[in-house]
Each structure stands twice: as structure tokens, then as C-alpha cells.
Design a protein around this ligand. Structure first.
Ligand SMILES: Cc1cc2nc3c(=O)[nH]c(=O)nc-3n(C[C@H](O)[C@H](O)[C@H](O)COP(=O)(O)OP(=O)(O)OC[C@H]3O[C@@H](n4cnc5c(N)ncnc54)[C@H](O)[C@@H]3O)c2cc1C
Length: 284
């Protein structure tokens, strides 16, 4: 019974994840590359509490970097700090991330650091600022719903760092985040303007039509070095349209056995996905 249930849920999750194996992620990245879209491969997994599992995740990420290079796949990677040990201790996280950054640097690859829930925000931003002094192949996600983000954006840009601006996907308290959609969008616009004025190598990570068009208008004025980033399985036509209009577009491609938390965030953020879930369960 449990495996039937898991199978059904995995079928839904496959709207947003490439599959459970590395080969699934490479295949998806190659399909996207054929359409002109770059990949951002992400091994799923978060809030890991065993040291051995963080080591296993790190080793797997090193292999992924090697394969991307060997097969000439146009893709960077994205990692979650709590997958690398941040939920256990900072030095474990830093050691694992250093290994990944060293390998990536030797292969000419870029590493994005995902932003997680608020218990981790300060540590992720501070670690990013430290790592950015030693590595130029690292970027970090910043969430527009967080009230603190303008300060973080400016601190990161002062160091010449690379930001992926997204709205934010976790359920947080109103003391630390803007809750209303229009407030989040306004803050996104504000931070995006700062990035177009001061940043380079940054990413606008949204599927929001209005914000995407605002970014294209800003790019006409500032001619900044940036890309659009979207999630696998969401607004695929828009990705192609932007590529055809001459923009660089990357697709976040998660894969792996730990697909539950990621898929729940995707289901929660868009109401129509509840119907998708219900329909699949009814039709078996
Ligand atoms: C490349 C990338 C990396 C990200 N990295 C992080 C990260 O590190 N940390 C973090 O907290 N968040 C991250 N996010 C998630 C982000 O914070 C938002 O939760 C998510 O992108 C939805 O916000 P939106 O900007 O698309 O706007 P929304 O206002 O939520 O959506 C705009 C439109 O996009 C479409 N859409 C959006 N989401 C869905 C969905 N799930 N299913 C179907 N349609 C949808 C709909 O048409 C919707 O009207 C990332 C997002 C992207 C694209």
C-alpha cells in the first residue's frame, strides 16, 4: 500500500523533477540544451542530520560535475547548504562546499547555493560572503519576501558576488517576511533594479510575467550580464520565447530520491497543482 501511494506521488512529482537518477537529470539537461536552454542540475536533499549522508551527497555532486564536463552538457549545479551539513555544523558544511567549489573551479563550472528557510539565512549569506573572497565561481539565491534582503543584496554586490533573485518558497512568519503578494512583488522589483544597476552575472529567477517583462525593460537600459532562470516543468513556452528573443535562459533541474519536500513546495505555491494532485490520485 505504501509503495502504491509513493508511486502515485512520484508520478505527480515528475512534473517538477527529472527523475530519481543522475542519468534522468543529464537527459533532461541535454533535451533543454538542444532547445537553447542551459541546465542547473540539483541533487535533491535537505536538512540532512547524518555526517555520512552529507559526505555521500558531496561525493555524488563531485561525480555530477565530472559527468557534466565529460559529456559537454551546458549546465551548472545548485546545492542546498543543509544537504552539505549546515543543519549539523558550520565547519562540516564549509568543508563539503569547499570540495565542491575546488572541483567546479578545476572544471570551469559554476555553483549556485540555494537559499533555505529562515533558520539558515544569516549563516548562508555570511558563508557566501566568505567563500566569494576565495572563489569567483559561486552565486547565492536571495529571497525577495525577506525583509532583510535589501541589505544582503547590497553586501553581496559590494563584493562583486552573483545573486539569483527569487521570491522565496518557505512558510515564514510576518515578522521577517512580506506576506502580501503585492509587497513581495514590489520588493522583487526594487531588488531587481539594484541588481541591474550594480550587478553582473546575476539571475532573475521567476515565472511571473510582469516581473520578467520588467527585467527585459531594465536590460534595455542597463545592458547587464544576466540570465533568466525558471524551474523544470513550469512555463516551458516562456523559456523558449525568451531564448528566441535573445536572452540567456537556464532551467533548474532537480533529481534524486528525496523529492518530497521540494514537490510539496511546488504544490503549495500554485493552487491548480492541488487539482493536478487530486486528479492523479482519482485516476490512479
Ligand atoms: C531557478 C529558480 C531557483 C529557485 N531557488 C530558490 C531558492 O534557492 N530558495 C527559495 O526559497 N526559492 C527558490 N525558488 C522558488 C521561488 O522562490 C518561488 O517559490 C517560485 O519560483 C514561485 O515564484 P514565482 O516567482 O514564479 O512567482 P509566482 O507569483 O508564485 O508565480 C508566477 C506564475 O508562475 C507560474 N507558477 C509559479 N509557480 C508555479 C508552480 N509551482 N506550478 C505551476 N505554475 C507556477 C504561474 O503561472 C504563476 O502565476 C527558485 C525559483 C527558481 C525559478
Amino acid at each position: 500500500m505504501a509503495s502504491l501511494w509513493t508511486g502515485l506521488l512520484l508520478r505527480i512529482a515528475k512534473h517538477w523533477i527529472a527523475g530519481e537518477t543522475c542519468e534522468d537529470a543529464f537527459a533532461r539537461a541535454q533535451q533543454s540544451n538542444a532547445l537553447g536552454i542551459h541546465g542547473i542540475i540539483n541533487l535533491l536533499g535537505e536538512e540532512i542530520t547524518s555526517r555520512e549522508e552529507t559526505t555521500a551527497a558531496t561525493d555524488k555532486i563531485l561525480e555530477i560535475l565530472e559527468t557534466i564536463k565529460a559529456r559537454r552538457i551546458e549546465s551548472c549545479i545548485s546545492v542546498k547548504p543543509s544537504q552539505l551539513g549546515l543543519a549539523i555544523d558550520q565547519s562540516l558544511f564549509r568543508d563539503n562546499l569547499s570540495k565542491i567549489l575546488d572541483k567546479a573551479k578545476s572544471l570551469g563550472a559554476f555553483v549556485w547555493v540555494d537559499m533555505e528557510g529562515s533558520p539558515f539565512t544569516a549563516q548562508i549569506v555570511d558563508s557566501y560572503l566568505e567563500f566569494r573572497k576565495r572563489y569567483d565561481n559561486i552565486g547565492v539565491a536571495i529571497q525577495a519576501y525577506l525583509r532583510r534582503s535589501e541589505g544582503d543584496v547590497n553586501r553581496i554586490l559590494d563584493l562583486g558576488g552573483a545573486i539569483r533573485l527569487c521570491k522565496g518558497a518557505y512558510n515564514e512568519s510576518p515578522e521577517i517576511v512580506y506576506k502580501r503578494r503585492n509587497q513581495i512583488d514590489e520588493n522583487f522589483s526594487k531588488l531587481m533594479r539594484i541588481m541591474f544597476e550594480r550587478g553582473k552575472g546575476f539571475a532573475i529567477a521567476t515565472h511571473d510575467e510582469k516581473l520578467i517583462e520588467e527585467a527585459t525593460n531594465l536590460s534595455n537600459v542597463h545592458h547587464a550580464d544576466f540570465e533568466f532562470e525558471m524551474l523544470m516543468g513550469i512555463r516551458d513556452k516562456k523559456k523558449l520565447e525568451l531564448f528566441q528573443r535573445g536572452y540567456r535562459v537556464s532551467e533548474y533541474i532537480p533529481f534524486g530520491k528525496s523529492w518530497w519536500a521540494y514537490s510539496m513546495r511546488r504544490i503549495r505555491e500554485h493552487k491548480s497543482n492541488i487539482f493536478l494532485l487530486a486528479r492523479s490520485l482519482v485516476s490512479g
